[in-house]
Write a protein of this length. Structure first.
Length: 280
């Protein structure tokens, strides 16, 4: 499905992502972990062309998405919907309009310029809000909602794009544990029910272990671990985070992985397939 081939991004003389290659060849929920500055956001942002790559190729179903231009690039950006840490909603617009903005790249330029939406767009947006459990907030201004609700609106907006994949850049970093769980459950549900690739940058090991089928660990722009969460031992985590013996996993905990909360399926014969390629 998606294939990174020697992808590099430099800022000045510093490589934020350094000659990275990996493939996702089936619908998986992939967590990217690593300390601050490891290159996680840059990696994700290159996929949907928010950040231009310096060299390499990113192939989606065989096509190099780094060479797309104009309408093809906008279509691609719709196809890989992005969810951000700070939600990126328009605060003064109502919730349903914010969600419909996800359809802009699917509209004619005229309709886009004047934010003209069809009844079908409204229904699609309401259905997405319903799926995220917040349709009752549809007429409120986005700024009136809590952070967790705003992130769910952002996910509903991503859903209306009808994307091939969802990219989430630290989607729970601004949320309390309860809202973090709701948002991660929603992303997991999109992966399972819609059979979509979800790639999620995460700061916390326990969240990655709990929700993801596969974890990619980055350090200084390089992939230093790529495997099933079961292989993510404390020693491996120490290597990813560049920490010494005093490394304490609790320091990266959100406490949302508690007994009784939902978890990814443990049945490897299910829709998800763990990959076990530890490269350490
Ligand atoms: N626009 C930019 N201009 C210059 N340097 C940048 C830019 N964006 C990122 N960098 C640098 O690239 C490196 C990787 O940054 P990136 O944001 O991808 O890391 P990250 O792992 O996502 O970190 P965090 O978890 O803090 O978001 C860092 O050294 C950062 O300072």
């Amino acid at each position: 499905m998606i294939h990174f081939e020697n992808v590099t991004k430099t800022f000045g003389d510093r490589a934020a992502v350094n000659n990275v290659s990996f493939s996702i060849d089936k619908p998986q929920m992939v967590g990217i972990i690593g300390r601050s500055g490891a290159g996680k956001s840059t990696l994700l942002r290159m996929i949907n062309r928010l950040t231009p790559a310096t060299s390499g190729r990113i192939l989606f179903n065989g096509e190099d998405i780094l060479s797309l231009k104009g309408g093809s690039m906008r279509r691609w950006q719709r196809d890989c919907a992005m969810v951000f840490q700070q939600f990126n909603l328009v605060p003064r617009l109502d919730v349903v309009t914010n969600v419909m903005l996800g359809r802009l790249n699917a509209q004619s330029t005229f309709k886009s310029l004047f934010n003209i939406f069809s009844a079908e767009d409204v229904n699609r947006a309401l259905a997405a809000l319903d799926r995220l459990g917040i349709v009752q907030e549809a007429t409120k201004r986005a700024e009136e909602l809590s952070g967790g609700q705003q992130q769910r609106v952002a996910i509903a907006r991503a859903l209306t794009q009808e994307p091939h994949m969802v990219l989430a850049d630290e989607p729970i970093a601004s949320l309390d544990p309860m809202n973090a769980k709701i948002v991660m459950d929603a992303l997991r549900e999109i992966h399972e029910r819609d059979n979509k690739v979800v790639i999620c940058n995460l700061h916390t090991l326990d969240t990655a272990r709990h929700y993801c089928d596969r974890v990619i660990g980055m350090r200084d722009g390089v992939i230093v671990f790529d495997g099933a969460p079961e292989l993510l031992t404390t020693d491996v985590a120490r290597e990813i985070y560049g920490a010494d013996e005093s490394f304490n996993e609790a320091a990266t905990s959100t406490s949302i992985d508690t007994p009784g909360l939902s978890a990814r399926p443990t049945d490897p014969a299910g829709a998800v397939t763990p990959v076990a390629t530890a490269v350490l």
